[in-house]
Design a protein around this ligand. Structure first.
Ligand code: PMP
Length: 429
């Protein structure tokens, strides 16, 4: 038989060509050739409902983004050492989504680079070197950011000046005030740094705690921790790579749900709808030292085509009222999940903000024992129904539901029906 182009052949070619560090989604990997809106298509034209892709935030291959990319690519694509208006227009528009304290934005190609830059800026401003992150955080692929990404696995050795604190998990903390617990843990981490001669430089958190397990409520739980890092002379860095650009409904940024003001904000993923554009926004007084001492040039960061893509994404978020959509469809999805929870005791907790949803599966509601294997079966069972999600958290027992922001009520109903069938099939009552 001729296996060329077949999935088993492709899996082998991947291993041979790309080496051992990559991972595919699903026991039965998905081969896709085209995307449109919330749909991905395989070579036979079969459609998969994408309930996971936060990069294609305005929908796969949105024609307005494609047109903006094409138009700019055929006119000019060069870097930030020439004067061109596109990047300035985009910077101005992007900064319009922040309050006046945030006055500068610098462009990179990836969220990792944005976080890496934020770490450098924080060190330059504070003179410190210590950073605090959450227990199962993910912040990137560079040496410094991977060293702040315990979710990469037990083999990932964290940076020497890095301290971990538990994420604000209201489900597992029972009735305790998670904000107070978090603030207390940040203070302890600061004390521990000082005891080891390390000066604090910053607290870096993904404000939706995506890899930690999606922690959304109660709103405001970050304020004590932010106060604690500020009192120590360190900065608060909001990693908005996952929670930014309207995903949480209503507001543009995840940190805004908690009524806090970051010193530095990093963003990426949905920013170019798949085109690699990312960045860091900053309070000007914090960027000052870094900018005076060092120059920054990122060959591809802030190029004219990236800026055009970023601008087109903002056009669509506004024009198609996607923040409203995230709020309305997110609420519908949540109430559907709450109905399922009445019938499936495996659903231990539902956490959501807009179209960012975590559903924690447990073997027993009293003991909250993580249902790791069952979660994998649910994710793979959905895949067999051509519905794509994934799982998060240290025990990989939290369904991560994070569709493009153009997800409709009908799409949500389709997902809920597939989840109902899958939970019944997995037999987890
Ligand atoms: N921060 C968070 C919270 C992320 O989820 C990611 C990507 N998964 C990154 C940073 C790194 O972004 P990138 O992959 O674009 O480098």
């Amino acid at each position: 038989t001729n296996l060329a182009g077949s999935e088993p052949d492709m899996i082998m070619r991947r291993q041979n060509l790309l080496g051992p560090a990559y991972r595919l989604f699903y026991a039965n990997p998905v081969h896709v050739v085209r995307g449109e809106g919330v749909w991905l298509y395989d070579p036979d034209g079969k459609a998969y409902l994408d309930v996971y892709n936060n990069v294609a935030c305005v929908g796969h291959c949105h024609p307005h983004v494609v047109a903006a990319l094409t138009k700019q690519a055929s006119l000019l694509n060069t870097h930030t050492r020439y004067l061109h208006e596109t990047v300035l227009d985009y910077a101005e528009r992007l900064l319009g989504y922040f309050s006046a304290e945030i006055g500068h934005v610098m462009f990179t190609c990836t969220g990792s680079e944005a976080n890496d830059l934020a770490l450098r800026v924080a060190k330059a401003h504070t003179g410190g070197t210590g950073f605090i992150i959450t227990d199962f955080a993910y912040h990137g692929v560079t040496e410094a950011t991977a060293g702040m990404s315990p979710s990469l696995g037990p083999a990932m050795v964290l940076g020497e000046h890095v301290r971990k604190v538990p994420a604000p998990d209201a489900y597992r903390e029972g009735g305790r005030d998670v904000g107070a617990v978090l603030a207390d843990n940040v203070r302890k981490a600061i004390d521990d740094m000082r005891a080891n001669g390390i000066k604090p430089a910053g607290l870096l958190v993904d404000t939706i705690f995506s890899s930690d397990g999606v922690f959304t409520d109660p709103q405001g739980f970050l304020s004590g921790a932010v106060d604690a890092i500020h009192e120590s002379g360190g900065l608060f860095i909001a990693d908005e790579v996952q929670s930014g650009f309207g995903r949480t409904g209503e507001r543009m940024w995840g940190f805004q749900r908690h009524e806090i003001m970051p010193d530095l904000v990093t963003m990426g993923k949905p920013m170019g709808n798949g085109h690699p554009v990312a960045g860091m926004a900053a309070r000007p007084e914090i960027l000052a030292e870094f900018g005076q001492r060092l120059r920054y040039f990122n060959t591809f960061g802030g190029n004219a085509v990236s800026a055009a893509a970023g601008m087109a994404v903002l056009d669509i978020i506004e024009g198609e009222k996607l923040r409203d959509n995230a709020r309305v469809v997110g609420a519908h999805l949540r109430s559907g999940l709450e109905s399922l929870a009445l019938r499936y005791p495996i659903i231990g907790d539902i956490r959501s903000a807009g179209l960012f949803v975590g559903v924690e599966l447990v073997r027993c509601r009293a003991s909250k024992e993580p249902a790791r294997d069952e979660t994998a079966r649910v994710v793979n069972g959905l895949r067999e129904r051509r519905v794509l999600i994934s799982a998060a958290g240290p025990s990989a027992n939290i369904l991560k539901i994070r569709p493009p922001l153009v997800f409709s009520i009908d799409n949500a109903d389709l997902f809920l029906t597939a989840l109902d069938e899958t939970l019944a099939e997995v037999g987890v009552s």
